[in-house]
Design a protein around this ligand. Structure first.
Ligand code: MG
Length: 231
């Protein structure tokens, strides 16, 4: 674990700030849940590369603009307990809060708005739509569509100087662990053993507010009148 205080806090989105997985929700909405799940499973065991699966799942789902608006509403409605309070506290203490996700920007922006996180701090994948709002592709240049991409985004953000804490549920979130970046694994929605093994600290609590004593110094907690886990 890195020394506190930190300047930046980096959150994953799906199964970290919100209880759902956006790709799965969209796949269900479009009636392609099974083939999409099969592709995800193939990528997880290394049969297909992450890069290849990214485009193939979207080709099956072909989410239009309305579907992304719908997903944005689902994200907000399924927010993880404590998320609003945690983000509020961090911003109140002057921390920069970012969302780093391989998910789709239009939907994640909606969640960011609900959490009062500036859109400039949302790092996600842009989707393209035609003039009628139909799916017309994704930003294939985004590092977030590749394995290792989250690490590249974090490198750019911290620029070697800032101290940061990253929080996520997934194996790709472990990529955010860098020099100067601590990693808290969050198992409040789904517990994943490789993440629990690779994280500096693992939190199993349902509520995200369990991460605050791990991110803030006792002086910072005192300023908020929040009691640390140690009392
Ligand atoms: Mg996740």
């Amino acid at each position: 674990m890195i020394a506190l205080p930190v300047d930046l806090v980096l959150f994953d989105c799906d199964s970290t700030l919100t209880r759902i997985e956006g790709v799965d929700e969209l796949a269900r909405l479009r009636g392609v849940a099974e083939p999409v799940a099969a592709l995800t499973a193939a990528a997880m065991v290394g049969k297909v590369s992450v890069e290849e699966v990214y485009g193939r799942r979207l080709e099956l789902i072909r989410p239009d603009r309305d579907a992304l608006e719908w997903l944005g509403r689902q994200y907000v409605a399924s927010m993880v307990e404590g998320a609003t309070e945690v983000v509020w506290v961090l911003r109140e203490l002057g921390k920069e809060v970012h969302i780093i996700s391989g998910g789709f920007r239009p939907a994640i922006n909606a969640l960011a708005r609900a959490l009062d996180i500036p859109e400039a701090n949302v790092h996600a994948v842009d989707l393209h739509f035609d003039e009628r709002g139909a799916y017309a592709g994704f930003d294939a240049r985004s590092p977030l569509t590749r394995s290792g991409g989250k690490g590249d985004v974090v490198d750019q953000l911290i620029g070697g100087a800032a101290r940061a804490m990253a929080i996520g549920d997934g194996v790709t979130d472990l990529e955010m662990k860098r020099a100067g970046v601590g990693f808290i694994g969050f198992g409040g929605v789904v517990r994943r053993e490789p993440v629990a093994a690779g994280a500096d600290v693992y939190v199993d609590s349902r509520s995200l507010d369990a991460v605050l004593p791990l991110i803030l110094t006792s002086e910072e907690l005192g300023r908020l009148g929040v009691k640390s886990a140690g009392g």
